[in-house]
Design a protein around this ligand. Structure first.
Ligand code: ARG
Length: 497
């Protein structure tokens, strides 16, 4: 289609009736009392830069395809640069950032500025802007998960032999180590990272060129705009491209899952601080306005609470998207903000958790004392008896009787006589029983894959470090791809301005 027949986006003569050249025909429908209700301009500050990039890529493509003339492309691209310098705050009024930037372009270029919106709609435009910006946010969230994993690995490295009580039902269960605890969270956060990378893959596809949803008569090159914006490819079906927000839902879900992991970690540390096992750095604590002696783990309580906000966002977003018909509905405007809010809150919570973990002091004496409390080595004793030929269930019953009578060597002897009718030392070496009762020995004996024994922890540390290096590599690759695309688009734009 030739440039002359590009008849859309210009100002009709009758629109100038009130003498204001920046008034565009669509203003007919958005001037009433619902004006501010309709507008997303304020929230769109988040995608101001993204919209300028999307505009640039689109205009470059339009010129390359001969849909608009090079000199007009140059004028529009120059205007976009000056709009960027003025900033979002200087945009004229508009229903959203897309409309406001277009108006600002027309204000600078004149009627030909209206050619920018040839062969597109705000529907594919906004979807492209959200994806463009969300990529950055998700990469940042990924980076904080990596920092948290690093903190956890450092703690594990320093505390491979620091014995601590392990709990089930918050009751003393079996002794473990601080390293084993820390690596349990590293593994969980590693999966959180993977979920975010998975979401990123599906965010990183370009909807641009879908127009309102039904494609366009113009000979657009969708692969070219995708390439200019650093997308891996296009969302092929134009109705899907304009309408779908499952990439938003998936991202918020992945962030919410990470927030849930963080909330468990935070809760553990709050409990550990309460029991005197860990001392948080002052930077991550808060005091009381009335009780001078207080040092409270407020930062971790807030981290814990962010999981609630994130779960609420999943719920809000899911409810908004549920049952939305094809193709575009304005409900989608309110879907987007859930993603921005969740990305900000969860990324910050992750950063704070990483800092709190990295700077906390573990009280090894208190941990060692507490590690053996509540006959926490009982399972190890039962295991020992079972390894010496007693059926495990019988051993379990015998040790349970000993547990009721103090859970020490004497109690075990009495229980053996009572339950088995034989002296303990007739089927097990007393020295081995003493070892099984010792929390450190108990930990050292649990050397099955993934267990807390120092050598089992050493191989977990190795996998953690290898996975961390891999994920660092993928993050850097993704970032470089985005930077390269940014530079390449700038170079193209420089050819016109
Ligand atoms: N501000 C809108 C949004 O965020 C942009 C798309 C408006 N499109 C429309 N057909 N009204 O979704």
């Amino acid at each position: 289609m030739s440039e002359e027949s590009a008849q859309f986006g210009g100002l009709g003569d009758d629109d100038d009736a009130d003498g204001d050249e920046s008034v565009v025909r669509r203003d007919r429908f958005s001037g009433g009392p619902a004006r501010s209700f309709l507008s997303s301009l304020e929230a769109d500050e988040r995608i101001f830069e993204a919209d300028l990039e999307v505009d640039r890529a689109h205009v470059v493509m339009l010129a390359e395809q001969g849909i608009i003339a090079d000199d007009i492309a140059g004028e529009i691209l120059t205007a976009l640069d000056t709009i960027e310098v003025s900033g979002h705050g200087s945009l004229p009024e508009g229903e959203d950032v897309h409309e406001a930037i277009e108006t600002a372009v027309i204000d600078r270029v004149g009627e030909d500025g209206g050619k920018m919106h040839t062969a597109r709609s705000r529907n594919d435009e906004v979807a492209a802007c959200i994806r463009y910006r969300l990529r950055e946010d998700v990469l940042e969230a990924i980076e904080t998960t990596l920092a948290l994993r690093e903190s956890l690995v450092e703690v594990a490295d320093a505390h491979a032999e620091t014995v601590m009580p392990g709990y089930t039902h918050l009751q003393p269960a079996q002794p473990t180590t601080v390293a084993h605890w820390a690596l349990s969270y590293e593994s969980a956060v590693r999966r959180d990272t993977a979920r975010l990378f998975g979401a990123y893959e599906r965010i990183n596809e370009s909807p641009l060129g879908a127009a309102a949803f039904a494609g366009t008569t113009f000979d657009v090159d969708r692969e070219r705009t995708a390439e200019l914006l650093g997308f891996d490819g296009v969302v092929e079906n134009s109705m899907d491209a304009a309408s779908s927000r499952d990439f938003l839902l998936e991202t918020v879900q992945a962030l919410s899952t990470h927030a849930t992991t963080l909330s468990g970690l935070a809760e553990d540390v709050v409990v550990f601080a309460n029991r005197g096992f860990v001392d948080l750095a002052d930077d991550y604590s808060s005091t009381s306005s009335i009780m001078p002696q207080k040092k409270n783990p407020d930062t971790l309580e807030l981290v814990r609470a962010v999981a609630g906000d994130a779960a609420g966002a999943v719920q809000g977003l899911t409810t908004t998207l549920k049952g939305l018909p094809r193709a575009y509905n304005r409900d989608l405007q309110r879907a987007t903000t859930h993603a921005w809010e969740t990305a900000d809150a969860v990324t910050e919570a992750s950063e704070v958790a990483a800092g709190a973990v990295a700077t906390a002091d573990w009280n090894e004496d208190a941990l060692a004392t507490e590690a053996g409390e509540g006959f926490s080595t009982a399972t190890g004793v039962a295991d020992l008896l079972a390894a010496n030929g007693l059926p495990f269930r019988t051993a379990h019953e015998m040790v349970a009787v000993a547990a009721e009578n103090g859970g020490d060597y004497d109690a075990l002897e009495a229980a053996a006589a009572d339950v088995l009718g034989e002296p303990l030392e007739s089927f097990v070496d007393p020295a081995a029983v003493e070892d099984a009762l010792d929390p450190s020995e108990s930990v050292a004996s649990r050397d099955s894959t993934g267990g807390p024994a120092p050598e089992a922890v050493a191989s977990q540390l190795e996998s953690a470090n290898a996975a961390l290096a891999d994920d660092r590599g993928s993050l850097a690759e993704n970032r470089t791809a985005l930077e390269d695309a940014y530079e390449a688009l700038r170079a193209e734009v420089n050819g016109y301005v």
